[in-house]
Design a binder for this molecule. Sequence first.
Ligand code: BG6
Length: 491
Amino acid sequence: MDTMTMLLFGATGDLAARKIFPALFRMYLDRKLPQPFWVVATGRRAWSQSRFRAHIEESLRDFCQDRAGDFSRLPVFLQGIEYYEMDVRQPQAYLNLHHYVRSGESERRIGENRLFYLSVSPELFAGIAGNLHRSGLSQTSGWRRLMVEKPFGSDLASARDLNRKLGEAFAEEEIYRIDHYLGKPMVQSLGSLESANPIIHAIWNSRYIANVQITASETIGVEERAAYYDHAGAIRDMVQNHLLQLAMLTAMHVPGRMTAEEIQAAKRNVMEAVRPLDKEDVRLHVVRGQYSEGSIDGTHAFAYREEAGVAPMSMTDTFVAARLFIDLPRWQGVPFYLRTGKRMKEKSTRIVVQCKPSEEAELPNLMVIHVSPDQGMTLRLNLNGPGKPGQLEPVELKYANQENLPEPYELLLAEAMKGDRTHFAQWEEVELAWRWVEPILAAFAENRVPLHDYPAGTNGPDAAYRLLEEDGFTWWLDPQDEPVYTPVHAR
Ligand code: BG6
């Protein structure tokens, strides 16, 4: 791997503490970092080097518990990280930073390869990129890459504006837009599921598949993020990015060569074919909800509107379910259902592919891809129970990954360091996703879609079940709604 400098903006923030430094530490332990490695960690706080390193050490002790046995290697790891205090709004600060980086590079014999990571508030993204450019920091004799956290815009216009501004400083091939769902190991396996298995490839179409259900439910509420979330809602926070990415990956025609460009083209092909919604029709296909008071695992949970920082009459969606159609011959008439919510009964991200029923059995075959927290797959088939001729019973083939798999941030950082953009969101996908979401944003803003209450700790509003009932389906695998299987007699 090339030697490089990683310039992290927002180094004293929450994401850096919870995700980025733990990922770097694990990579260091697993020898996945370039040598020598140097992280210039910038932040606004007037912290000394030792104060900052103590802060990282504390976060690693909190978020890397499983590697506690390796903490003796912490001091050497920390030597590779230097805190640099700066105000990212000051152009002059970048000139000084440039000077600092250049002398550090030559002192450490590091090539002029620079990975800029923006883990700051989104309104700072464009300004930082512009300053990197103008100060010369991003004009390197080696490569330069820009990793950008989400959210990428808050609607189509702002996303375009941001992209245009980033584009003044970085080429599209140099921009790595993070969608951490793309770093989840089971999501990274989705492509091979179809391409490496003719048995799956053969049924991956409307002839055999009745519907696809993509769920990302969480038990946590808005936590300390009300200032952002109360303006974003589940539609921007989860649907526009994570859920649509999962839909694209599930529905795409897996390319022969799995390069970033080919995968991007395959995903774009899907997103272009997602049937647009009309503002007037949104309420027919989209359910919006907000949690009210309830309890989760026996603990009282406040209503969304009672959470700190949330407007008392807030109409923000903490739950969204949507039905979409992909107008490609392969998916003609197959509804894709997306669903996400905060303060739900369980934490679960999964993709359920429901097959069309056979003449014989009443229960359909199901293929479940467990993305998190479980990671694996289940295939539900119908079989004559042994010794029970004529009686069909559902049986499950299960694959559960028990290994200690890398965290998304580890995978994504490693890929960006190598220059592999396969698991990053490309501009065209992001733009198309915003375009599809746009009428939903408008319909929500104009209150054209009812806001359903759901008590915290439930599976969301009933309206989300009705959405599927209209098509003769139901959400599979919801905790309290496990279907009770009674053997059926073969007809
Ligand atoms: C983030 C959202 O992108 O994803 C959060 O901003 C959400 O609101 C999180 O909690 C969910 O991620 P995961 O990996 O826990 O499913």
